[in-house]
Design a binder for this molecule. Structure first.
Ligand SMILES: Nc1ncnc2c1ncn2[C@@H]1O[C@H](COP(=O)(O)OP(=O)(O)OP(=O)(O)O)[C@@H](O)[C@H]1O
Ligand SMILES: [Mg+2]
Length: 310
């Protein structure tokens, strides 16, 4: 939590470690027909979610269709506010209307379909859209647009028409449009779902670079386990509850529990799990292809050793 502290009789503003703190978040969608009598029939989508996100973290959110991932993500920049419970973004209560503008500048959202997010007919004009709306002076807009386009490696394409770009390139332009606001955090809701493998790789590399080099906090919803395996932390949501929260190693070694809620583990983690089940000495927490290959090689070498001894 943020606040002020008195040091040597002076009030000093301090910032907490967490950019997002959500506690006891319950949420249901209200319809026009909502009234007190129908309250009992309302379907709760989030059922008391507690989650904190640290500054600089790279977090993946997983869950099967309809589990509440997008609904939760929309709480992170005040598109939705809790029916009960609290969400604070950098110490600002998301339910307070006065905070909405500052929250939206701090936390940018990127959605699945780049075509829905690109508004202009020239790449750089599209990226300039948010800084223009922020009322920044032209020189600063120019600087931010160039910087954002360079960060997503789209500077060379700045005067192209977005519809001529590949899906991965369009999604990178959409990300540049968010970066130009200089947010501290970006929330990406299945940013690679509509892309081919190459586009997926481009977008993930871009997001990893923004996190690693610029220190931007990243929250990414994905259905791709290999993408989640590259994050610092994985949160699994099921039916509006947080079911797991840990490192990819911790989460993906729980292969059977993930299966029970309709999720796979990365293929390497599944293979390691099957080998363990058959009695082979493979460490739990194997997530990447390299780790799995190393573990198998070790097994084979041990076997060879046994065979030689025999
Ligand atoms: N605007 C809305 N009005 C009413 N119900 C909604 C609305 N948006 C989503 N829902 C319902 O809320 C539940 C959770 O939806 P949400 O979009 O958060 O799930 P999700 O985990 O993001 O799913 P997916 O993987 O399909 O994107 C679903 O049952 C969905 O039908
Ligand atoms: Mg969704």
């Amino acid at each position: 939590m943020n606040g002020t502290e008195e040091i040597n009789n002076e009030k000093v503003l301090y910032r907490g470690d967490n950019i997002i703190e959500a506690s006891g978040v319950h949420f249901y969608y209200r319809s026009a027909a909502d009234d007190a009598e129908s309250a009992a029939n309302k379907k709760e989508i989030l059922k008391g979610v507690d989650i904190t996100v640290k500054r600089g973290e790279f977090l993946a959110i997983l869950g099967h269709n309809g589990s509440g991932k997008s609904t939760l993500a929309k709480h992170f920049n005040s598109i939705l506010v809790p029916t009960s419970g609290k969400v604070e973004i950098d110490g600002m209560d998301s339910a307070d209307d006065e905070n909405v503008y500052n929250i939206r500048r701090k936390v940018g959202m990127v959605f699945q379909n780049p075509d829905n997010q690109i508004v202009a007919t020239i790449v750089e004009e599209d990226v300039a859209f948010a800084p223009e709306n922020m009322g920044l002076p032209p020189e600063e807009i120019r600087e931010r647009v160039d910087e954002a386009l360079k960060e997503v490696r789209m500077y060379e394409n700045r005067d192209k028409a977005p519809h001529l770009l590949s899906g991965g390139q369009k999604q990178r332009v959409a990300i540049a449009g968010i970066i130009a606001m200089r947010p501290e955090c970006i929330v990406l809701d299945e940013p690679t779902a509509m892309l081919d493998p190459r586009g997926r790789r481009e977008v993930i590399e871009t997001v990893k670079r923004l996190n690693g080099e610029q220190g931007i906090t990243v929250i990414m919803i994905t259905h791709y386990m290999d993408e989640a395996a590259q994050c610092d932390r994985v949160v699994v949501i099921d039916e509006g509850n947080i079911l797991m929260d840990g490192t990819p190693r911790e989460v993906f070694s729980r292969v059977e529990e993930l299966e029970a809620v309709g999720l796979d583990s990365p293929q390497a983690a599944q293979l390691a799990y099957e080998l363990r089940k058959e009695g082979f000495d493979v460490p739990s927490g194997v997530v990447s292809v390299k780790e799995c290959a190393d573990a198998i090689q070790k097994l084979l070498e041990e076997r060879k050793g046994v065979a030689v001894k025999d």
